[in-house]
Design a protein around this ligand. Structure first.
Ligand code: URA
Length: 238
């Protein structure tokens, strides 16, 4: 059981004080009866809640998929840059969402955003071997040796030996290469550092899948949508 003012505030209907005002004005209905006491306790999973005559869908967690644009940081707050959370509609802010893992400021593509801490832990734990696939443009020719180095585990600048990664070449010539890289970890700047270890530079990076989810073609950079029930379940089964 939870206090009605807390439930409504968490669902984005204003501060606790503002919600109190709504209750006083008789705008809130619980199971068909006007509620005016902000200390009233309800079971938010069962109660039929209406605000100004409109039924409110109760939920604890939100799950969003974003096609992250370049130039924004994967953080909840930042003193200098716009964050991926700043891109979200006001209605999501009261859920206190955060990104699952991070993409660099200049990286684009699939970013999951939620307030489900348990799912976050599960998806970022390296022991769970969640595949992350990136499309990358590299400044040099990628050869067979690079492919086998990635397969055997690249040793990056701090001496860490990465888990085996799949490097697939889409095109390669003297001016550069287009590749797909599949990794199961998410260390800071991981893909860029892996290529630096073989003396190459990532010039463009886009994440195209995360576990069972693929980047939604219908989302242009900066756009996002809620995950479907089916997509949420597929993540929870990872
Ligand atoms: N690896 C990187 O180097 N950067 C990212 O944003 C994601 C993976």
């Amino acid at each position: 059981m939870e206090r009605i003012d807390k439930v409504l505030s968490n669902l984005g209907h204003g501060t606790r004080k503002e919600v109190k005002g709504l209750l006083k004005k008789g705008k809130v209905e619980i199971d068909g009866i006007i509620a005016s006491d902000s200390a009233m306790k309800i079971d938010p999973d069962k109660a039929v809640i209406k605000v100004s005559g409109e039924e409110i869908k109760y939920r604890k967690h939100i799950y969003l998929i974003m096609n992250k644009p370049a130039g924004v940081v994967s953080a909840t707050v930042d003193n200098h840059d716009e964050t991926v959370i700043d891109l979200l509609d006001e209605q999501y802010h009261s859920f206190k969402p955060f990104p699952i893992g991070r993409l660099d400021k200049d990286t684009v593509g699939l970013l999951l955003i939620t307030n489900d801490g348990e799912l976050n832990h599960k998806l970022i734990a390296p022991k769970n071997h969640v595949d992350k696939v990136y499309y990358a443009e590299i400044n040099k020719f990628i050869d067979e040796k690079d492919i086998s180095t990635f397969k055997n585990g690249v040793v990056i600048d701090d001496g860490y030996k990465c888990m085996p990664a799949i490097l697939e070449v889409l095109s390669a010539n003297e001016n550069g290469s287009e590749v797909m890289v599949t990794i199961q970890e998410g260390k800071f700047h991981q893909v860029k550092r892996m290529f630096e270890s073989v003396n190459k530079k990532v010039v463009f990076l886009r994440r195209i899948s995360f576990g069972p989810l693929k980047l939604d073609e219908s989302l242009s950079e900066g756009q996002y949508r809620e995950l479907t029930e089916e997509e949420i379940n597929s993540l929870k089964q990872v």
